[in-house]
Write a protein that binds this ligand. Structure first.
Ligand SMILES: Cc1cc2nc3c(=O)[nH]c(=O)nc-3n(C[C@H](O)[C@H](O)[C@H](O)COP(=O)(O)OP(=O)(O)OC[C@H]3O[C@@H](n4cnc5c(N)ncnc54)[C@H](O)[C@@H]3O)c2cc1C
Length: 186
């Protein structure tokens, strides 16, 4: 049983995993390797002069793995409520978690499949998004959404930021107080 299961290892999902794993939360990330970010050349990500999409995505995964996040290949097919959380059904097996973050980029089909409210997208080329509140919470308590699929502007600094925001809201909820993750320069 994980604390957090994240679907999608793009900037939104991996950034969320970095925060939840670094906060000591048992984290699994399920991804089927279709990130649109892998087609990008990026010169507008604050703090990084220039980077290829694949390098940004791979670095994000390494950062989260460094703190214990478990990345698995697979296509998530359904998210089902259970007695003490949720079961994520994939083509490679099932994962149980107390909280789920859907960070599936331009794909909202998993959310629709799982009975989560969606609505028309407002960003260019984004057809359907998940209906979330300002915290990133969906209509199903315990299921959250982040990044492009949550309707934010489709830019890596913003989708990664949204993933971090939602992760901090989940960690704060689990800890019962607002969470801050600051390291001090040695
Ligand atoms: C050609 C191109 C150029 C771009 N250039 C820039 C740029 O210069 N600067 C910039 O800021 N942004 C750029 N972007 C946009 C940037 O890539 C995206 O905005 C953004 O970062 C998307 O992040 P995300 O995590 O929301 O989605 P993605 O990065 O798309 O991640 C979603 C992940 O979820 C996985 N997934 C989806 N459904 C499932 C499922 N059911 N089961 C398992 N896994 C699933 C996908 O495989 C994918 O890995 C560009 C995009 C493109 C396409």
């Amino acid at each position: 049983m994980y604390d957090v299961a994240i679907i999608g290892a793009g900037p939104a999902g991996a950034s969320a995993a970095l925060f939840t794993a670094k906060a000591g939360k048992q984290t699994v990330v399920i991804d089927n390797g279709q990130s649109v970010t892998r087609r990008a050349w990026i010169e507008n990500h604050y703090g990084v002069m220039e980077i290829t999409g694949p390098d940004l995505v791979d670095t994000g995964i390494k950062q989260a793995e460094k703190f214990g996040a478990n990345f698995v290949q697979g296509q998530a097919k359904n998210v089902v409520k259970t007695g003490n959380g949720f079961k994520v059904e994939t083509d490679q097996g099932e994962y149980e978690a107390a909280h789920v973050i859907i960070a599936t980029g331009m794909w909202a089909d998993l959310a629709e499949q799982s009975g989560i409210n969606t609505k028309p997208g407002t960003e260019p080329r984004v057809k359907t998004i998940i209906d979330v509140d300002s915290q990133g919470q969906t209509n199903v308590e315990g299921i959250w959404a982040a990044g492009t699929v949550a309707g934010v502007s489709m830019h890596t600094i913003i989708t990664a930021g949204d993933g971090a925001k939602v992760a901090i809201n989940i960690i704060s909820k689990m800890n019962g107080e607002r969470y801050v993750d600051h390291d001090v320069k040695k």
